[in-house]
Design a protein around this ligand. Sequence first.
Ligand code: ZN
Length: 151
Amino acid sequence: MSDLRELYQTTILDHNKKPRNFRVPDEANRSAEGHNPLCGDQISLHLAVDEDGVIQDLGFQGSGCAISTASASMMTQALKGKKVDEAMGLFDSFTELVTGDPLEEPETDGVGKLAVFAGVREYPMRVKCATLAWHTLKSAVLESGETAKTE
Ligand code: ZN
């Protein structure tokens, strides 16, 4: 797990410093706000979904701690070109990854680069930071129009 921990540190720092897709796509047709009051993280997420349910483009804006920013940044990279239902599948895998038993080996099949977030399971306080972007994704996809809250 120590290699993953090192990768976690460097990846989070990198994405926090240079968030990817930190913008509103021109073609955006779905969006949602997310708020994690526990830490003060705030994001808005914008998706351009075509009629086949494929996420053609997505981006986010907002401000928050390093983990919430890095998580949103990496999520946008992971979801570009994916179908909405694949994205929801990844939501479940990611949630499992960061909330699993810290004493057990994390299940990282199918999550790709997001595997670095397995380190978060050792810091329960940070789970909400890591999952904020994903909860916001869910409300954008469901078009609930509600602010996603981690509480
Ligand atoms: Zn946070």
